[in-house]
Write a protein that binds this ligand. Sequence first.
Ligand code: RUQ
Ligand code: CUA
Ligand code: CA
Length: 645
Amino acid sequence: MSHSTDRSAPGAEAPSRRRFLNTAAAASLAGVGLAACTDKSGAGSAPAASAADAHAATGGAANATHLKPGELDTYYGLWSGGHTGDLRVLGMPSGRELLRIPCFVPDALVGWGQTNESKKVMGTRADGSLKYTVGDTHHTHASYKDGNYDGRYAWVNDKINARIARIRLDYFICDKITELPNVQGFHGIFPDKADPVDPKINYTTRVFCGAEFAIPLPNNGKDADKPEAYRSLFTCVDAESMEVRWQVVIDGNCDLVATSYDGKLAATNQYNTEKGVHYPDMMSAERDACVFFNVARIEQAVKDGKFKTYGDSKVPVVDGTRKSNEDPKTALTAYVSVPKNPHGVNASPDAKYFICAGKLSPTATVIELAKVLDWFDGKLDKVDSTIVAEVEIGLGPLHTAFDGRGNAYTTLFLDSQIVKWNVDAAIKFHAGDKSAKYVVDRLDVQYQPGHLNASQSETRMADGKWLAVGCKFSKDRFLPVGPLHAENEQIIDISGEKMVLIADHPVRGEPHDFVIFKRELLRPKQIYEMDFFPHAVKDVKESGVTRNGKKVTVKLASQAPAYTLPEFTVKKGDEVTIILTNHDKVEDLTHGFAIAKYGINFIVNPQETASVTFTADKAGVFWCYCTHFCHALHLEMRSRMIVEA
Ligand code: RUQ
Ligand code: CUA
Ligand code: CA
């Protein structure tokens, strides 16, 4: 088979793989050996071998991930960074990491969490220190218009401190962070795609946030032992102002979130309808639920004053519990039952279905959105009649992506596989046509996949070209580097009938969710406008030191290879604010500003202004220097801070 010598054939070049197979025939067995290594019986080897055949048949599609030097990717990928609290930008299909956009956690490269501008976004305590310095980002999604990404914003959650960050997709910066009131474990997130009432608003104006952990409401230390006091809230944040608009108190918890293309429905999967506090309690029910939110009715209820508030929060909270929403005609919520502890819920690109992945159940549940609207209109007797398919797909289903050709791709965490299945065939099978073959293909992945997403998958323009999958364990796929392994992001060609594994990429732990979309949907800007920054030192003649009591402001500008002040003098004990504007206009001409022994380091991009404030608590001469290579005289680009005793 021709693929045996292809460098990109799965596993062909991995040293650990060769060691595993321990034979000169390694290369020709690469496809089969791969499957044999996943601790499964012979059953697993068939798909992997046939995938390799398909790879040969697709005529070198594999090469497309190996861009030539200087060649640009055709897609952007936005990846959540996990513990690093950032959003990562990848070029796809190469999988090359291009940028990390710091959001929730300080970042040493740009000085995020150190400059006054970034601290303002991150949030500070009364003493000026950062309120939080850790993050746990999981899910990222971008703003929509007409069912496709419009390149304005992306959002990402912080599960630890229940914060949502917004990223401007023109400058690739985090510009706002909002902390959600009354919730813990904010997990699922999804922007709306249209307004439920006004058809002219065919773009994102809301972002929905699901809280995974129930807490006593109000959480004041009094009700820790009262399970009935524990509640989860579903939250709506305004996409522009980033203010919290409203919340809904529900029975059970929230996990992943999805929204409909018509803007009428949002939903969250629930794995803990039992409201258990310990995990055996969370698994006792055979079925949990996917809760649908009738957005228009909720907003009407808020307008009509039918809400409560909790604690210090002024955010209106409406009642979405089961008991209060039994009459479909007035219900704000609808609880569709889904097998045991579901995880992901994903909207199909034809706008018809939400698909819930079973996690502890080996099933996918297909819910028809038109029927959910029928139920709210009183035209459907049972809310579970909205389920048009519930089919077995494999062990540990977590998340689903789409190719725009009617197929769904679901990660199977326990099987270490992706299963490709046809949604219409699954519906036929569920309706009684046992000849309907809904499983199209299975592919072994390495290992234990969580999220996956396909190019344009979460838009009306799903194009079925590339699928990426975030594998939680890489085990033997990369050189060992001590106890902490890289995770394995794999890229799969889904353009044909069979899935073809194309590449492995090690990533620093641990990204969860991501989106992949066509590069022409973004219009990035490389140079800031000076007016963007209220404190910009617009004229180099403004450079200098001004004093107001013990408060000293040092204004300076950078222009390669010099700062406008070769030195500046302050007094010990002063509160010093340094404001630096980069006057260079050339793309990619960034300067840094570090002060020795003062722990200061940040950068300014072309035409950017940044500032830092600190106390000059040590007398002496302290070199300030440029940390970002900018010029042949980069090392000479310095200033001196003289702190008089
Ligand atoms: S959840 S797989 Cu936040 Cu699926 Cu990570
Ligand atoms: Cu400026 Cu290096
Ligand atoms: Ca459960």
